[in-house]
Design a protein around this ligand. Structure first.
Ligand SMILES: *[C@@H]1O[C@H](CO)[C@@H](O)[C@H](O)[C@H]1NC(C)=O
Ligand SMILES: *[C@@H]1O[C@H](CO)[C@@H](O)[C@H](O)[C@H]1NC(C)=O
Ligand SMILES: *[C@@H]1O[C@H](CO)[C@@H](O)[C@H](O)[C@H]1NC(C)=O
Ligand SMILES: *[C@@H]1O[C@H](CO)[C@@H](O)[C@H](O)[C@H]1NC(C)=O
Ligand SMILES: *[C@@H]1O[C@H](CO)[C@@H](O)[C@H](O)[C@H]1NC(C)=O
Length: 288
């Protein structure tokens, strides 16, 4: 009896030890300030409870029937650390962490009446200075010049990764794996015509022959899409296109052009008349 009990206890410990070692640890590396979505890989079927922990503190929970949902401070043992920066997907229980700052272990527990499972994401937040992170890069060019926005970070091109460029929140260019699209909608085409160029290797966007109406906010989204998680990095660029006097058809420019055309015309008329008088003289001589 006693022996059996000890054997069971040993087996129990062994089993737990082994399953602990074997539990899935997914390494994730994110640039500070980025956004990460950690996937559960399940569709909740109203049976299970999904719990998320950060370094052993519960930060989010969802029960399949949605009767119990909490994130961060709403969960009784959550703290202020993630205030308003967590979102739970109600269908999958996947956790989105915005503006991430904390490295550590993010643990997922899925508990149902039949079984429970465990998954750990070891997130390493790599530093970028706060100034750099929140910086909106500003650029200004003279009308007619070209401008290039450079992501400044490697754009990884796995088939599921996506690089997107927006102008004032309108999608203007996209690289997916080794495919790229520029200006697929009418609004974009009307605005930019054939003035956008996308560099496949670097992800950089060039606008040629800039116009005053190109001024505004350009946003770059780099989405790294793994089956277990996805990471979104955002970069912003503000462009000011400076009008150059005379480059557009201002009233002054129009007046200048009109005067120029008149001068050329007048010169041509004078030249023609002189030439004709000259040419007419020998003709008369011939006739004599
Ligand atoms: C990101 O978080 C930091 C520190 O928590 C904060 O100072 C900053 O304003 C946040 N940025 C955004 C875009 O929410
Ligand atoms: C979370 O745990 C990791 C080690 O696993 C540690 O490096 C980190 O400082 C912890 N973070 C907080 C905020 O406790
Ligand atoms: C960038 O442009 C957007 C939209 O034009 C504007 O709302 C924002 O204030 C600008 N930011 C900076 C830092 O210039
Ligand atoms: C991420 O990849 C999955 C397939 O692995 C796909 O279903 C999903 O649409 C992708 N997400 C994005 C944002 O591309
Ligand atoms: C997802 O990320 C993990 C760890 O970071 C890596 O081992 C795995 O190969 C990645 N999978 C895909 C489809 O990129």
């Amino acid at each position: 009896m006693k022996f059996h009990f000890i054997l069971l206890a040993v087996l129990f410990l062994l089993y737990n030890g082994v399953s602990g070692v074997g539990s899935d640890v997914v390494p994730v590396s994110v640039i500070k300030g980025g956004s990460v979505t950690l996937n559960t890989g399940v569709q909740t079927n109203q049976q299970e409870v999904i719990k998320w922990y950060f370094n052993d503190t519960r930060i989010a929970q969802i029960s399949g029937d949605l009767s119990e949902i909490c994130t961060d401070v709403q969960c009784e043992d959550g703290d202020e650390r993630f205030r308003d920066r967590l979102k739970l997907d109600h269908q999958t229980g996947s956790l989105n962490i915005m503006n991430i700052t904390d490295s550590g272990l993010y643990e997922l527990k899925i508990i149902s009446s039949k079984s429970s499972s465990d998954k750990i994401f070891r997130i390493a937040v790599t530093g970028v200075s706060a100034a750099e992170r929140d910086e909106v890069k500003r650029k200004s060019v003279k009308e007619g010049e070209s401008v290039t926005f450079d992501p400044g970070v490697p754009v990884i091109k796995k088939p599921n990764d996506v690089t997107k460029w927006y102008f004032n929140d309108i999608l203007i260019a996209e690289i997916t794996g080794d495919q790229s699209k520029i200006c697929t909608d009418v609004q974009c085409k009307e605005r930019f015509r054939d003035r956008l160029k996308l560099d496949h290797q670097t992800g950089s966007l060039t606008i040629t022959n800039t116009r005053n109406t190109d001024s505004g906010e350009y946003k770059l989204l780099i989405i790294i899409n793994n089956s277990s998680f996805s990471i979104t990095t955002v970069k912003r660029f503000n462009l000011t296109v400076i009008a150059v006097p005379g480059s557009g058809l201002s009233s002054g420019a129009v007046a200048g052009i009109v005067v120029g055309v008149l001068l050329v015309f007048a010169t041509a008329v004078i030249y023609y008349r002189r030439h004709r008088t000259h040419a007419a003289v020998p003709q008369r001589e011939d006739g004599m």
